[in-house]
Design a binder for this molecule. Sequence first.
Ligand code: HEC
Ligand code: HEC
Length: 297
Amino acid sequence: MSSFWSMWIVVLTTISIVLITWLLFSNRKIKSTKANQTTGHVYDGIEEYDNPLPSWWFKMFVASIVFAIGYLIAYPGMGNFPGLLNWTSVGKWENEVQQAEQATESLYQDFMNKDIPALAQDKKAMRLGKRIFANNCAICHGVNAEGSYGFPNLSDHDWLYGGSPEQIRTSITNGRSGSMPAWGSMLGHDGLAAMTDYVVNLSKATTADDNPAAKQFAMMCSACHGADGSGNQMMGAANLRDNIWLYGGDAGRIKQSIAKGRNGQMPAHHDKLSEEKIYLLTAYVYQLSSAENTNKP
Ligand code: HEC
Ligand code: HEC
């Protein structure tokens, strides 16, 4: 509230105090002036006496006026208008905000002093981490980080970019950009069918080297996915042997991944979240895939 409105309230309050004081004293009399000590009003035979105000009542009234004046001097400020005690509601609020900020700051400082695996054991930290995750990550990765089509499950042991604290932290801080090229035109219709078959079998660990696609896989795919198809975390190239699929594991979906390519984008968060929050989230994600995690869906 601006000081104009504070002033306005001070003036209104002062005027009311003056008026009330005047009203009180102007009506005060020590003794009745009338001879029969009545006002002359009669109603149903009841007469109204013209007695002075009871003195206890009068004194209480004076006391409350004195209190009002004192209060006005001490706390005139509804908003940012300081009184004698230099108190304002705005100042009080600012004070409280500052105290709360200091408390969270020291809380986060405590978190930063622990290493990630230790922080992942801290129940209080993990509760806070779950909230930050729900607000920033759940729209893509799901409330329990279980993932969905195109968004990786963060609570399993299958990692595109690695599940070590440093790797997780890098994923969150800088984001990730998966880049699986499209092979449809290069493989041709039959080649695509054979390659799909090969990849489907890879995940079932039934691949025979005499599959005609085996040579092509070595040429076209192994640079990223590894000679045996078990993936490469440097490039985020998915493990094709574990039967965990980001884009679906039925032949049709796999065929589409190979033919059209895939481009998963994990946005960077260094400009959205503080370093401390990212640190806490790293511990949270790390703990999700650990054996102790009880939130697992
Ligand atoms: C806009 C959607 C989106 C949001 C929001 C998002 N992510 Fe992601 N995230 C992705 C996608 C997509 C990938 C996979 C990228 C790829 O396919 O290469 C990913 C990958 C990751 C990975 C790497 C997973 C692996 O297997 O290596 C981690 C860790 C991760 N996200 C954590 C987070 C956290 C923590 C948050 C919240 C701060 C978050 N993400 C917010 C979409 C999102
Ligand atoms: C330049 C590196 C690169 C090459 C070469 C490459 N891939 Fe990929 N592949 C990737 C990356 C990176 C991803 C993950 C994409 C993402 O996260 O969005 C991927 C994803 C896939 C997927 C989807 C996996 C899933 O979990 O849904 C399949 C299937 C696949 N690749 C098969 C192949 C085959 C078959 C070849 C060879 C014809 C090949 N890739 C060549 C980088 C590559």
